[in-house]
Every structure is written in structure tokens, then in C-alpha cells.
Design a binder for this molecule. Sequence first.
Ligand SMILES: [Zn+2]
Length: 194
Amino acid sequence: MNHATYLRTAAIPLSGLAPFPGNAKRGDVAAILESLRRNGQYRCLVVREMPGAPLTVLAGNHTAQALDAHGPGDCGQPSCGVCDNAPEWTPAARCEVVTCDENTTRRINLVDNRAADLGSYDADALAELLSFLDDGYAGTGYQEADVERLLAPPPSTEELVDTYRHPEDEEMWPVLRFTAPPQDRDLFYDLTAD
Ligand SMILES: [Zn+2]
């Protein structure tokens, strides 16, 4: 058993990095690339170094994919946080290089993906933060429609009954009232939308 030991921080060409074998997360590479262009690479990849093995990305695999998708040279997007509009830019990532045993590499890869999933949101705080942006939602991962849904008040029980009761029944079905986290509410809306 051992934990990760920090070695150094370095800019490493993507060609020198191997993706984590069997990474189970499927990230939104397009959203990450949009963030990288707008915000720059504000967080390091975490890369494992072991003698005789390629440098392997433990955390940040989709950031590496997004940088790869950007490709070399000036992408032509104004004020790009990836290439800085430099024609000579070659795809590279800022990495924290660590060393650890095989078992720990898998744990780090798993928990880095899982810990983000396990979190939840304070919807009021989120809506307030989004309201402070004065030039659109680019690079936040949010779209206008997400924000509208966040701001829309939940329907009353009566509205839910009107919408979802069985149309053939004389008598209304029982009404269940319960609280749910916002992501479950959004999923319910998505599943029941016409
Ligand atoms: Zn660019």
C-alpha cells in the first residue's frame, strides 16, 4: 500500500502522455474544450511516472482529449486560452507528475471520477453565481436552457396532477409529494417532456 508522491509540475507534449487504460468515465470533451479556450488550463492533469512505463494520465483524461481535439497551431478563435493564437503552439498539457503503485493508480482514477458524481448542488447558490456573469455562459458548461430550467419554479402538486393523472380515470390517481435533488427533477422533466 502506498499513496501518491508528488514529483514535479511540467508542461508535457500530448504525444508523451498515455491515456489511463480502461478509464470508465465518458466526459464531455466539447464542453471541456470550450472551457479551455475561454478560461485556459486552470488545473493540472495528474500523471503517473514509473520507470519503464509511459507517463499515464490518472486524472484529466478528457482535458487531454480536448487539448488533442484543439490540435496544433492557432485555432483562429479570438483570445484562445489554449494556443494563445500562436501559430507555433504544439499540443501540450501542464501536468503534476506523481509516482505511486499500480493499485493506487486505479483508486485515484476511480475516485477522481466518482467524487465529482457524488457531489450535489445548492440550486440557489448556483443560480446566483450564474447571474453574476456579464458576457454569456461560454466556458461554464451551462447553456441558456439550463439556466432557464434552474430558475423556473417547480410545479405545484395541482399542476402535476393536471398534467400526469390518467386521462381515462374518473377518479384521480393518488398524489405523491416528495422532495428530490435538482438533477433527479431535471431527469424527470426530460423523461416526461413531450
Ligand atoms: Zn486555440
